[in-house]
Design a protein around this ligand. Structure first.
Ligand code: NAD
Length: 338
């Protein structure tokens, strides 16, 4: 059993904690919380709660939530930390992980240089093997790597041009916006293109990012110049071997992210998450050597399976296929075509 500590129990941390606890080969030793809020109140039923340092203890005691100790105590009882603290905090925490000689996974909000390898299960599982510090790339980068990897394997890629319509913020966040504006990122390529290259070495790619007033999902419009010609069916067939890519067809009646997340609710999975990248099969179109498609990305959950796989790669306990199968089995990710 790999002993996993979760530092930062927010959107990503709480989902990774749950996913780890479902696996047969790893356990959650505890989670680190800074505030005794509703999330701590619920989490205290499932996980041992630790605080960053002793100064945080009193607030939890006052709220009647049992604290098991400090983060340092949790590290003593763990073999790896999944650091899902807010962007930039992971960098500050790294010194402690190095000093305490504990492995750590960082998330996509950190710079690639924080880790020895960036990670996506489909495109570069092997690069995290036996490493001490790995970064699971962001939700958008994970989504692009998922659907581009099978295309690159089968047909080769000369160039990718992707437009990313980003959700403004997550559903539990009432502070950020925009709430009534569309906000393009004015630097082209956006940071997603160089990030994608960290898990798909040598890929020739450009990205444009535009924030939209929604919290549900991101939507990507992707155009790929192929090395070898392929038909629409060839492309869809290439994705069929990958459970973490879901196909949504015309008859499903899914025409927006609203229905896409409603479909996820029908699955009845934890937190109504949609771990798969959903591609609208109707959108797949081929023009000479170019293929275009549109996909939807549940930003809160698509990186969760990758965190579990990154742990196995770092401990060298399973190869790519076996780890992905184990993770998918426990998260109820199966090949779904609608
Ligand atoms: P979040 O704000 O939802 O959660 C972060 C949690 O960490 C909060 O509960 C916060 O209270 C806690 N925290 C703050 N400082 C802490 C500290 N010093 N020690 C322990 N806990 C602390 O953030 P998130 O959205 O889960 O993002 C975490 C990481 O995952 C970031 O790198 C982000 O870029 C990345 N990521 C986020 C998304 C997304 O859509 N939310 C998707 C993929 C990757």
């Amino acid at each position: 059993m790999i002993r996993v500590a979760i530092n930062g129990y927010g959107t990503i941390g709480r989902r990774v904690a749950r996913a780890v606890s479902l696996q047969d080969d790893m356990i959650v030793t505890g989670i680190v919380k800074t505030k005794p809020d509703y999330v701590s109140m619920v989490a205290s039923k499932d996980f041992k709660i630790f605080v960053p340092d002793k100064s945080f203890e009193k607030a939890f005691q006052d709220a009647g939530i049992k604290v098991e100790g400090t983060f340092e105590n949790l590290i003593d009882d763990s073999e790896i930390v999944v650091d899902a603290t807010p962007e930039g905090q992971g960098e500050k925490n790294k010194e402690m992980y190095v000093n305490r000689k504990i492995k750590a996974i960082f998330e996509g909000g950190e710079e690639p240089e924080i880790a020895q390898a960036s990670f996506n299960a489909y495109s570069n599982f092997e690069e995290a093997r036996s490493k001490d510090y790995v970064r699971v790339v962001s939700c958008n980068t994970t989504a692009l790597a998922r659907t581009l990897h099978p295309i690159r394997e089968r047909f080769g890629i000369k160039f990718v041009d992707a437009t990313i319509v980003r959700r403004a913020t997550d559903p539990n966040d009432s502070k950020k916006g925009p709430i009534n504006a569309v906000e393009p990122s004015l630097s082209i390529p956006s940071h997603h293109a160089p990030d994608l290259k960290t898990v798909m070495a040598g890929l020739n790619v450009s990205t444009v990012a535009i924030k939209a007033p929604t919290t549900l999902m991101h939507v990507h419009a992707v155009r790929v110049e192929l090395e070898k010609k392929a038909s629409k069916n060839d492309i869809i067939e290439a994705w069929r071997g990958y459970r973490r890519i879901m196909e949504v067809g015309k008859n499903s009646g899914i025409t927006s992210t609203g229905q896409m997340m409603d479909l996820a609710r029908e699955f009845g999975r934890d937190r109504s998450d949609l771990y798969e990248i959903a591609v609208w099969s109707q959108s797949v179109s081929v023009d000479g050597n170019h293929v275009s498609y549109i996909q939807a990305v549940h930003q809160e959950s698509d990186v969760v399976p990758e965190n579990v796989d990154a742990i196995r790669s770092m401990f060298d306990t399973a190869d790519r296929e076996r780890s992905i199968s184990m993770t998918d089995g426990k998260l109820r990710i199966e090949k779904r075509v609608f």
